[in-house]
Design a protein around this ligand. Structure first.
Ligand code: SF4
Length: 420
């Protein structure tokens, strides 16, 4: 069933610290509302479901983590063993199957996610094959015939807890940490204290790690790694030490990021300046923090509640190309012009804010108590389309669907709202 469109409050208190990944993006000018919104979003309103790209990244991450720990979170919220299968490759394959089964078990009993099972049905066949290959080839590097590392939950969901210092030779994965000095918090994918007392931090990325067309690591990732290094040094009592920083990307690409004490001091100064302007911990006008743009909004779970996005997006629907790089979010909204009921589906035509008529086909009738009336307002976020790029250029489509004839192209992450 659908509900009225939520909206973010005009004013709210900002969190008193930022995540390390947000710190990296803040310094590269991304939307500050998105990066700080987790605590300001009204608790009774849901974020949009993850995009297909986030789903892919989370899955690869979970498989690497399961193999690194020899343990994974099963569908009942308990840690379970990943058994050694004789080789690193076989163990990584086994972990992949366990992680997928655990997610499916969890979703099967969640009414609004039950239709996400089976998980491979959310992806095109070739996309799924590539995802599986990437997850297994990344994870096998971390497989070893050893006892499970019992996950040390030093922090959960941003709540503070004391960091237990690493011993020489110890490795920890998915380790929550918070540093008070620079108002940071985050989860380290992989942190190790070498036998000689040297800190090594690794971060796993599932998308490209280089700036497009260059050999340079994305500046947001460099900043994120350095933010991790500042926190790791602080909680280990190793301030002013160099930290070895690595970012692991697709296709077994692993790159070192500078983490000398001089580089970390320069980064700390920039971070201090950037976060000072944010007035962390104080009340702020939230709309003034919004900076709609393709790179930020495409992955943002607040699109439905964000007045700035809703004001900005329709202008982009009219252009031929969404900054030429990535499909625009598949969202559309407007006043209902026509509804055709076809069995268990509706075909809905909308007059959109740019006065163009767009159609959403095969919308499940179970969304509505009764068919939507003409002239009512409807908002669709996370649709699917059969349209591909034309001559390499992606255009915002005029025809969308929820439940396409091709089952792998269905809009499984769709959210529908009425006007406020
Ligand atoms: S939808 Fe765009 S402008 Fe709004 S919070 Fe998200 S990233 Fe920022």
């Amino acid at each position: 069933m659908i509900s009225a469109l939520p909206t973010i409050p005009k004013r709210a208190r900002l969190p008193d610290r930022v995540s390390a990944s947000a710190a990296g993006q803040l310094l590269t000018g991304q939307c500050r509302l998105r990066l700080l919104a987790s605590r300001t979003f009204p608790p009774d309103a849901r974020r949009l479901p993850p995009s297909i790209w986030s789903m892919r990244g989370d899955l690869i991450h979970d498989v690497i983590d399961a193999v690194s720990k020899n343990a994974f979170m099963n569908g009942k919220g308990e840690w379970a063993r990943v058994q050694w299968q004789g080789t690193a490759e076989a163990t990584a394959r086994h972990a992949f199957a366990l992680v997928v089964a655990a997610r499916e078990a969890m979703w099967r009993i969640t009414p609004e996610r039950a239709h996400w099972v089976p998980l491979d049905g959310l992806f095109e066949r070739l996309e799924w094959k590539e995802l599986r290959r990437e997850a297994i080839s990344r994870a096998r590097k971390y497989a070893a015939n050893r006892e499970p590392i019992i996950p040390v939950r030093t922090m959960r969901g941003g709540a503070a807890a004391a960091w237990i210092p690493l011993l020489p030779g110890e490795t920890r994965t998915e380790a929550w940490v918070r540093g008070d000095k620079w108002k940071l918090q985050g989860k380290l994918d992989h942190v190790q204290l070498s036998d000689r007392g040297h800190l090594i931090v690794r971060d796993h990325k599932t998308g490209a790690i280089l700036e497009e067309g260059t050999d340079a690591i994305k500046s947001a990732y460099v900043a994120q790694l350095r933010a991790y290094a500042l926190m790791a040094r602080e909680v280990q009592g190793l301030e002013d030490a160099d930290v070895e920083l690595w970012v692991d990307g697709p296709n077994e690409c692993s790159r070192s990021v500078g983490g000398t004490s001089a580089e970390l001091a320069a980064f700390a100064a920039a971070l201090e300046e950037g976060t000072r302007q944010l007035e962390l911990g104080l009340e702020a006008n939230l709309e003034s923090l919004a900076a709609p743009g393709h790179a930020s909004c495409a992955h943002c779970g607040l699109r439905h509640a964000c007045p700035s996005y809703r004001a900005w997006a329709p202008a982009g629907w009219l252009t031929d190309e969404a900054e030429g790089k990535w499909p625009f979010p598949l969202d559309v909204w407007g006043r209902v012009a026509k509804v055709v009921s076809e069995g268990e589906f509706h075909r809905i035509q909308l007059i959109c804010p740019d006065q163009v008529v767009r159609q959403v086909s095969r919308v499940r009738s179970t969304w509505f108590a009764e068919p939507p009336s003409v002239d009512s307002e409807l908002f669709f976020f996370g649709l699917a389309t059969s349209d591909g790029p034309s001559r390499g250029v992606y255009r915002h489509p005029k025809t969308f669907n929820e439940w396409d004839a091709a089952p792998t192209r269905r809009a499984w992450s769709l959210s529908v709202f009425t006007g406020q």
